[in-house]
Design a protein. Sequence first.
Length: 324
Amino acid sequence: MRYDVVVIGAGLSGLTAASLLVKRGLRVVVVDKNYKPGGSCGIFKRKNTIFDQGAAMLFGFGEKGFNAHRFVFNCLEEPIDVIKHDLLYCVNFNGKRIRFWADIDMFAEELTQVFPAEKENIKRFYHDLEKMYRHVMVESPSYITPDETNPKESLKGLLRHPISYARFLGYINKSARDLLNKYYSDPEIFKFFDKLTSTYCYTTVEESPAVLAAIMFVDNHVGGSYYPAGSTLFLPGKLEKAIEENGGDMLLENEVVRILFNGDHPSGVELKSGNNIYADNLIYSGTVWNLYGKLIDRTHLTAQRIEWALSQVPSERCIICPYR
């Protein structure tokens, strides 16, 4: 079998990539070893009760800000019913529960109750980031790579808010720690933000890029938090529906055991069944250990790449708790 694209993994990222590609007319197949798609966004049943597993709260469905999920479903012309949360979530820190309100001023006030000595700095920090976020992200949202962005459109935003754009671009080569150093001095508040970056980016404040952290600290408040009406299972279900209705294929309960190469270029995949699927392009949606430790033969890897893959460690457990 030959396709334009083989997507390995039917988690949300793999399903999203596949659905957008088939919508553009490409011949795509999604391969996953599990019997149902969705990855961590799924369900399990105990007797007569159905429970969501993994993701139970989703971001990116708002009407403002960098709302990638809303963008995807608009592109797919696929409606999905979502319910907005007034309270995003809670974080337990040093024995105290910090509630993340959608209203960023309410959240800043909540945070000052935990760090009263940093009250003015907290308000200034979130005021500055929210202003920059609205100027750069809300007024000129972009979901394409910089090299494909229309320079004229980018220039309009730059001319409207030159200071915000200059500040945003200034964060490119800095860490989240550099950003926080401009506002805070209490060591404990740095630990709090370290927990946030570890949850959102899976990296510490020293490792997280400031340009990403600056967006992350504000994005959820502006964009909002949502729950798909009925179950989070509707999200992968909608993506699978879009794939199949636009001519794509879903091969579930089919495990990829090896990526095939034509010279130095990936050319397809070998399934556990012994069948091969060929494509000019491969998209991988899985772990780095599985990719470099199993699917790609070592003859196609450098020693440095193997060492890099083996040096990766799982991120710490998420510290976001249910808001109830």
